[in-house]
Ligand binder design. Structure first.
Ligand code: ATP
Length: 321
């Protein structure tokens, strides 16, 4: 379990993290989302004791990182995969880490197997591809068999096979009962990996909620309609509680009506339909909507509703505080 309370970090005039309160529970993958510069890396660095909070605190398993006796056994992290001594072999890199944390040598072989690097274990890591470097970083994170794992942008630059491997690994680690906290810019990937989300914008926590609840609260489904008589159909469908938008490729997006209703209207008026499909909202849409509002608020746009207010049901503990 990771728990942050009022966590704040200022660098001069910049407030990188602003009173963040959230918790990351074991047994599920929690995604950490936010636009560039939102404060994700700074938050993760404070969790790991690499940066000292200006105010507030964050604990891992109820204790601050700096007070942990054998940190690698409690928390494993991949923050920057390039942060490896390139002159060392993968094996020696892991062995040094193991020795300094009183971790038995056999665990080095185990994690090399786990990440699929056994065959290149005696090669210097400076010759590694990006994907191999990520695997080595993950091996280091897993070395102490920790209950809490954090990954900052773990799939950056990876090919589809590497992405699938990391996704599967994270879900497995969570199923084993570990706390898994992962940041990513790739919304489609996050939608497949995470069950829970913490969303940050301009240093503030905007949502701390389940994936489905987050999408449901911040975006709505619509019906995509394609008809050679689109203008007439649009006229018939217009009404209170409905919104019609042209789709970029010539179809019509209808919000506020079910596909069956639209099909019935078309049939009643003898209009032909070439396509009628319900489109579920994506994580990306929900994310853009929520973080877009946060940026508007911070930019002081006239008419902005309020302090980055979370949509109903997002359960944002720190928002607007
Ligand atoms: N050491 C530092 N000195 C000054 N400002 C910093 C420092 N580290 C981060 N910042 C600033 O704090 C803010 C948050 O940065 P951070 O790297 O935590 O964001 P992020 O969400 O990880 O961004 P990205 O997605 O682009 O990696 C940014 O405005 C950044 O410029």
């Amino acid at each position: 379990m990771i728990e942050a309370r009022g966590l704040t970090k200022r660098y001069g005039d910049t407030t990188a993290v602003d009173g963040a309160t959230f918790s990351v529970a074991p047994g599920r993958v929690t995604g950490f989302l936010g636009p560039n510069g939102a404060g994700k890396t700074t938050t993760m660095r404070m969790i790991l004791g690499l940066d000292r909070p200006t105010a507030g605190e964050v604990t891992v398993g109820g204790r601050r990182y700096r007070t942990l006796g054998a940190p690698l056994r409690e928390v494993g992290a991949l923050l920057d995969a390039r942060n490896v001594h390139g002159g060392r072999t993968a094996y020696n890199h892991l062995l040094c880490l193991a020795k300094s944390n009183a971790i038995p040598r056999r665990r080095v072989d185990e994690v090399l197997d786990l990440v699929g690097l056994r065959s290149v274990a005696k090669k210097r890591s400076k010759g590694f591809s990006l994907g191999m470097g990520q695997r080595l970083g993950i091996a280091a994170a897993l070395l102490g068999d920790p209950g809490v794992l954090m990954f900052d942008e773990p799939v950056n630059g990876l090919d589809p096979e590497g992405i699938l491997w990391i996704r599967t690994l994270m879900r497995r680690l969570a199923r084993e009962g570990r706390t898994v906290f992962v940041s990513s810019h790739l919304m489609s990937e996050m939608a497949l990996t995470a069950e829970h989300l913490v969303v940050i914008g301009r240093g503030r926590i905007l949502a701390d909620t389940g994936m489905a609840e987050f999408i449901g609260a911040n975006a709505t489904s619509h019906v995509l309609v394609r008809s050679p008589q689109a203008a007439e159909l649009a006229r018939l469908l217009a009404g209170p509680g409905r919104r019609l938008e042209p789709d970029p490729d010539g179809a019509l997006r209808v919000y506020g009506a079910r596909a069956a209703e639209i099909g019935d209207v078309a049939a009643d008026h003898g209009l032909r339909l070439h396509e009628l499909a319900t489109v579920q909202p994506s994580l990306e849409e929900a994310f853009m909507r929520l973080t877009g509002e946060a940026v508007q608020y911070h930019a002081g746009v006239p008419g902005a509703a309020g302090p980055a207010a979370p949509a109903p049901g997002t359960g944002a503990p720190g928002a607007g505080a």
